[in-house]
Design a protein around this ligand. Structure first.
Ligand code: SF4
Length: 384
């Protein structure tokens, strides 16, 4: 297959609201269950070790009209909350046997229970992720949450989740995260050979296909990319920050690069590269997963870690990516991203890194104003 087609396939996968590939997996695995999880993070290793297919939900993008979900929420709620419920109400989620939510924000917490009420036959669960990594109890607490999840999955007909199966799954996902980090590193060093939207669809494709297939896809891409042709453009290097949960429209990511930016790092679909180091494989892999959440996770606006301030994480990211500026891409009504924007902005001002804030919604079709804002920002940097 022509390598360039890979990006079309990735685009089709991330745009498919009917989860055709997931349905295909289910046909090939009679009796197999599919567990969806709401962004940002879920222990996919546990679902995989139970013989089930973990699928990361990413909202309805720009392909779904809200007809019913508005009636179930107040007005000032981000789009992904509404489109996720709408997908359920419009029967796009019928392939799922269960859905998992976690404590990322009040809206996600509420969505879990709205889903439970609207779809009583669907296994709907809420994972309490620890908020205080400094507490000695955090790891044990999370390990007990993971054991509770395992019991639920086994009760649903998943195979027994043995330590051996969990360690095998951890190795597969470690490989997946390593390949994702390699892809990001390649793009940072060669932004003229791999555009941000291209790496985005390659990475996000892993939301809906088995990890084994996704590892192969990333490995093949990394082998092919160095021989791609492309001349360096006269662009400024930016880090995109703030779109860790609801995802910006693909056309918006393309536009940012078209008007003169190289997006050399970002936090799109951040759950796919959640750990900065491999999760260890050990006799008690549940403990290893919990310990990794507490001690090896990326910085994120939905994960609190007073030991490592998030604004320092952003400053380090900017430095490592040799970025000229930061572009905040924040979903409308996303409280965690807007709260952190204040802290990030203060830090960037302190260290003299220019920044621009753009608000987006999943369903956005006109980008004229955004184009003008980014163009003006780029010009101000180029002619400074
Ligand atoms: S986009 Fe922000 S507010 Fe909306 S569910 Fe995600 S974290 Fe919560």
């Amino acid at each position: 297959m022509d390598f360039e087609r890979t990006f079309d396939i990735g685009t089709d996968l991330v745009s498919d609201l009917d989860f055709a590939r997931v349905r295909q997996w289910k046909d090939q695995h009679p009796g197999g269950a599919v567990i969806g999880y709401f962004p940002v993070y879920a222990p996919a290793e546990i679902i995989h070790a139970a013989g089930m297919l973990p699928v990361a939900l990413s909202g309805g993008g720009d392909r779904l009209d809200i007809q019913h979900a508005d009636a179930r929420f107040g007005s000032f709620i981000c789009s992904i909350i509404k489109t996720t419920l709408e997908m359920g109400l419009r029967e796009h989620l019928t392939v799922f046997d269960g859905v998992l939510f976690s404590s990322i924000c009040d809206s996600a917490r509420n969505l879990c229970f709205v889903m439970k009420r609207n779809f009583p036959a669907l296994y709907t669960d809420f994972l309490h992720l620890p908020h205080n990594p400094s507490s000695a109890a955090s790891i044990d607490f999370l390990a007990s949450e993971y054991r509770r999840l395992i019991q639920e999955l086994e009760r649903m007909g998943g195979r027994p989740v043995t330590a051996e199966a969990l360690n095998e799954s951890i190795l597969l996902y470690n490989r997946n995260r390593q390949l994702t980090r390699d892809l990001y590193r390649f793009r940072c060093q060669n932004p003229h050979l791999l555009r941000a939207w291209e790496s985005y669809v390659l990475v996000r494709a892993g939301n809906v296909i088995p990890v084994e297939e996704h590892n192969q896809l990333l490995q093949d891409a990394l082998a092919q990319l160095p021989s791609r042709s492309g001349r360096p453009r006269d662009s400024i290097r930016i880090v995109a920050e703030g779109a860790f949960c609801e995802q910006p429209p693909l056309d918006l990511i393309k536009l940012v690069e078209d008007v003169g930016c190289y997006v050399v790092d970002d936090d799109f679909a951040i759950g796919r590269s959640w750990f900065v180091e491999d999760v260890p494989t050990e006799d008690d892999p549940i403990h290893a997963l919990a310990e990794s959440y507490v001690n090896r996770a990326v910085y994120s606006s939905v994960r609190h870690d007073f030991r490592a301030p998030r604004w320092e994480g952003l400053a380090t990211k900017v430095k490592q990516a040799r970025a000229d500026a930061v572009l905040f891409l924040i979903a409308k009504f996303c409280e965690p991203a807007y709260f952190d924007y204040v802290l990030f902005k203060k830090k960037l001002d302190e260290i003299g890194v220019p920044h621009l804030l753009l608000e987006f919604e999943e369903k956005q079709f006109t980008f004229d104003r955004v184009r003008t804002e980014v163009e003006t920002f780029v010009e101000s940097l180029v002619f400074d």
